[in-house]
Design a protein. Structure first.
Lengths: 196, 109
C-alpha cells in the first residue's frame, strides 16, 4: 500500500497494522489516533501510538515500518509523504490502574487492526481528564460514547478505582447534554463493526 | 546514605524520589535540589517519560514534571519511592527548605 499526502488516518492505520502483522509483530493501537477513529472524524490526531505485545528487535521493527516508507528518528517513525507519524510507547497495555485490557480486531478498510475497544478508548481519554484536568479529552470521550456502544458500568467501576467518581459524573452529564443536542435517546448509538 | 539506582541510574532514581516528595517540579528545581547539571536532569526526565514513569507538560514557559498519574502501578511506585526517600536525608532536608505555598502578589519576600 502506498501512502500519500492525502492518505487518511484510517488508511495509514491500515497500512501500519498490515505491515506489522506481515512482520509477525503484535501491536495494539491506542491513544489519540484510536480515539479519533471512534470519534468518527470529530477529533483529529496525527500521532499513531501502538503498544507492542510481542518482542521484536529494533531492527525488525525498523524493517517492518520501512516497508511502507516510515523511517525512525529517535523513538518516532516519520514518512516523507504523510504528516501522520508513529510511535511505540513502552507498555504495558494499561488504562490507569487497569492492566486487564482485551484488544479487539477493528475493521479498517479491507483489513483488521488490533486496537483497544471503544469503551477502553473512552476510558483512556477520561484518564487524561481525571488526572490532568484535560477538558479536550473529556470532549473526545463524550464523542466516542456518542458514536459507539460503550459500557458505562465498566467505566463507572474503573473511575471509582481511579478516585474519580465526581469527574465521572461530570462526564455522564456532558454525555447527556450532547445526546440531547443531537436529539438521540440513550442506547441508540451506532455500533462500530468489530470482531473479537 | 545515598540511594541505590533501581531505576537505571542514580539520577533517574533520585529524580523519582524527589518527585514523590514534591508532587510536581521542573528541571531547574530538580537540578538545584539534586546538585546535578540541568542537562543531566533533562536527560533523565526524558528517559523516565519514555518509560511512562513521569509525565511532563508545559505550564507557561516551564515543563512541569510529575510522577505519571496514569502509570498503571503509580500507587505501588509511590510507596516504594517513599521507602527510598527515607534513606535520602539530605534531599529531604533540602526539600523541607523549599517554600511551595502561595504568597500574595506584592507582599515582601
Amino acid at each position: 500500500m502506498t501512502l500519500t499526502a492525502r492518505s487518511s488516518l484510517e488508511v495509514v492505520v491500515e497500512a501500519v497494522g498490515a505491515a506489522l502483522e506481515r512482520a509477525g509483530i503484535r501491536a495494539v493501537l491506542v491513544g489519540g489516533a484510536c480515539a479519533a477513529i471512534y470519534a468518527g472524524g470529530a477529533y483529529m490526531s496525527e500521532d499513531l501510538d501502538l503498544i507492542i505485545q510481542s518482542a521484536p528487535s529494533q531492527r525488525q521493527l525498523d524493517d517492518a515500518m520501512a516497508e511502507i516508507g516510515f523511517t525512525r528518528r529517535a523513538s518516532q517513525y516519520f514518512h516523507d509523504k504523510t504528516d501522520f507519524f508513529v510511535e511505540f510507547p513502552r507498555g504495558p497495555l494499561a488504562i490507569g490502574r487497569d492492566v486487564r485490557i482485551e484488544p479487539i480486531r477493528l475493521k479498517i478498510g479491507r483489513g483488521r487492526v488490533l486496537a483497544i475497544s471503544p469503551t477502553d478508548s473512552c476510558r483512556d481519554r477520561l484518564a487524561a481528564f481525571y488526572h490532568w484536568g484535560d477538558r479536550q479529552s473529556l470532549d473526545v470521550a463524550v464523542k466516542i460514547a456518542l458514536s459507539n456502544r460503550v459500557l458505562m458500568t465498566r467505566i463507572r467501576t474503573w473511575s471509582a478505582g481511579e478516585d474519580a467518581l465526581q469527574k465521572f459524573e461530570e462526564f455522564e452529564k456532558e454525555l447527556e447534554r450532547a445526546r440531547r443536542r443531537k436529539g438521540r435517546p440513550r442506547g441508540s448509538n451506532a455500533r462500530i463493526r468489530r470482531k473479537r | 546514605m545515598e540511594v541505590s539506582s533501581p531505576f537505571g541510574s542514580q539520577t533517574r532514581t533520585r529524580v523519582l524520589v524527589a518527585l514523590s516528595l514534591l508532587d510536581q517540579s521542573y528541571a531547574r528545581e530538580l537540578a538545584r535540589l539534586l546538585r546535578v547539571p540541568n542537562s543531566v536532569i533533562q536527560k533523565a526526565v526524558l528517559s523516565l517519560e519514555r518509560d511512562g514513569l513521569v509525565s511532563a507538560r508545559s505550564v507557561g514557559r516551564t515543563r512541569a514534571v510529575t510522577v505519571n498519574p496514569r502509570y498503571f502501578a503509580r500507587r505501588e511506585l509511590l510507596v516504594y519511592l517513599g521507602r527510598l526517600a527515607e534513606t535520602e536525608e539530605r534531599l529531604r532536608s533540602a526539600i523541607a527548605g523549599l517554600r511551595r505555598r502561595p504568597r500574595r502578589s506584592g507582599k515582601r519576600l
